[in-house]
Write a protein that binds this ligand. Structure first.
Ligand code: SF4
Ligand code: SF4
Length: 121
């Protein structure tokens, strides 16, 4: 006990190394790859992002022009962002906040022609 006393006192008197997340959120690092965002104005529902996603958390239906994502299955790898020929996907510099409920993102739009210089998947 006496051996531990200096350590106990030090822990009481110094700043805590941990935070009370999610009530205290640290400022994200610069260029952090966070929450995925799809721009319904530019997405042409080609499905390349869904084919490349290692988590298989994106579904695209070209016929109904629907893009769906299970955000809590996303591992923030950014592969879909790099693969999107329309540059329609981006990642915020923030992670999605924890939630007690399952979330599902659905974007509906219209089929658009591909960019002329879009790479072939
Ligand atoms: S790769 Fe880009 S354009 Fe194609 S469905 Fe995904 S977000 Fe839309
Ligand atoms: S960031 Fe990675 S895991 Fe998340 S949707 Fe894109 S490809 Fe899938």
């Amino acid at each position: 006990m006496f051996k531990m006393t200096p350590t106990i006192l030090k822990n009481f008197l110094t700043e805590k190394a941990t935070r009370l997340y999610p009530f205290e959120i640290r400022e994200p690092y610069a260029h952090v790859r966070g929450e995925l965002v799809n721009n319904s104005e530019t997405c042409n529902f080609c499905g390349i992002c869904a084919a490349k996603c290692p988590s298989q958390c994106i579904k695209v239906d070209k016929k109904s022009a629907t893009w769906e994502c299970e955000p809590f299955e996303c591992v923030y790898c950014g592969i879909c962002v790099d693969a999107c020929p329309q540059e329609s996907l981006s990642q915020k510099e923030l992670y999605r906040k924890p939630s007690a409920e399952r979330q599902h993102i659905i974007i509906k739009g219209e089929i658009r022609p591909e960019k002329p210089d879009a790479p072939v998947a």
